[in-house]
Ligand binder design. Structure first.
Ligand SMILES: Cc1cc2nc3c(=O)[nH]c(=O)nc-3n(C[C@H](O)[C@H](O)[C@H](O)COP(=O)(O)OP(=O)(O)OC[C@H]3O[C@@H](n4cnc5c(N)ncnc54)[C@H](O)[C@@H]3O)c2cc1C
Length: 315
């Protein structure tokens, strides 16, 4: 069964009042509570975080936060923001890798325009050598996300990749299809609250599927990304790679900005590729709430930061 805490955080994430309140304080200063997981509101904040990550010999992908836009004007704004972000990344000379969500580009408003928006971004990305990762959202969008990705792949766009979630039983087939195409896949457990009819509910099932898909990716995938903070999943990946003599440069680990920084540094020091997913922008609230839902102990961290901030002299 889904832990109650995760359900509570998903409900809070939908609350407009909470969002308004949190948005006012979350990123206000360098020490505000959301800064642990979100680099800041501006591209400059994200680029500064990326430089710190790269100085520690890790790589990064930047995510301009936003999802479920309700109008084509918002989708167009997000598309232009991605194009501008890529220009700034190129000018800054940092690694060229971004992550985005299709509902941010208007998927729920008008599918054809969303595809056009994605094409605009991929066209902007190609000459600069960017890689564009299409994040996977909740299961209402799984099929359409693969459909759009595969359509663009057939049209010759090769600078993009997808995400599969081990909580969905369908993912094994999806990953086999992606391997056959030669498309790059990021493997995750899945961040959304999903109904029993489409998703495993028990952690043991999600973990077993993660390991099975990881093996399919390591043996038949193109530079797969194993995205997890779970030491058991990481150990299983390293053990499997060792057993099959798969060198560490054939795949990479990925983790979220601010999560298990100790493990990020440790794996990187051991010579594993480690890419950090750096989110930034004003629309950070749903992302932030998903992180709290994954680990309610983070709430203690947030409360501590709030108390500390209230006690600090105001600037
Ligand atoms: C780079 C990256 C990209 C992602 N992209 C997507 C995507 O496109 N679609 C999607 O649905 N999901 C995505 N996710 C989220 C993913 O699905 C999980 O929700 C998330 O990674 C937590 O699962 P876990 O594998 O880390 O293991 P869990 O089983 O959740 O946790 C294992 C251990 O990891 C640590 N940990 C996990 N989360 C946290 C946290 N928030 N704070 C502190 N410690 C923590 C704890 O020690 C915990 O015991 C992404 C995750 C990463 C790392």
């Amino acid at each position: 069964m889904l832990p109650v805490s995760k359900a509570v955080f998903h409900a809070l994430a939908a609350s407009k009042g909470m969002k308004t309140l949190a948005s006012r304080y979350g990123l206000r200063t360098e020490r505000s509570f959301a800064r642990r997981f979100v680099a800041g509101e501006s591209v400059a904040d994200a680029i500064a975080a990326a430089r710190r990550i790269e100085a520690a010999r890790m790589s990064q992908t930047l995510d301009f936060l936003g999802e479920s836009v309700a109008t084509m004007a918002e989708a167009d704004r997000a598309t232009r923001a991605y194009l501008a972000t890529m220009n700034e990344i190129a000018a800054a000379g940092i690694g060229r890798n971004v992550s985005l969500k299709l509902t941010q580009l208007g998927l729920t408003v008008d599918r054809a325009t969303c595809v056009d928006n994605l094409r605009r971004i991929l066209d902007g990305a190609t000459p600069h050598g960017f890689f564009v990762r299409i994040d996977m959202e909740d299961s209402r969008y799984t099929q359409v996300t693969f459909d759009i990705f595969e359509t663009l792949w057939q049209q010759g766009y090769r600078n993009a990749g997808v995400v599969v979630q081990s909580c969905l039983p369908r993912s094994l087939e999806d990953v086999q299809r992606m391997n056959a195409l030669g498309a790059r896949v990021r493997l995750v457990k899945g961040a959304y609250r999903e109904p029993r009819r489409v998703a495993y509910q028990a952690k043991a099932q999600v973990d077993a599927a993660f390991i099975e898909i990881m093996q399919v990716l390591l043996t038949g995938g193109i530079h797969p990304a194993i995205a997890t903070h779970d030491p058991a999943m990481i150990d299983a990946t390293r053990a499997f790679a060792r057993e099959r003599a798969i060198p560490a440069d054939r795949y990479e680990f990925q983790m979220l900005y601010g999560v298990r920084r100790d493990l990020q540094a440790q794996l990187s020091a051991q010579g594993y590729g480690m890419r950090i997913y750096i989110p930034f922008g004003r629309e950070w609230f749903p992302y932030f709430m998903r992180r709290l839902g994954e680990r309610p102990a983070n709430v203690v961290f947030v409360v501590r930061s709030l108390v500390r901030e209230r006690g600090a002299p105001s600037a």
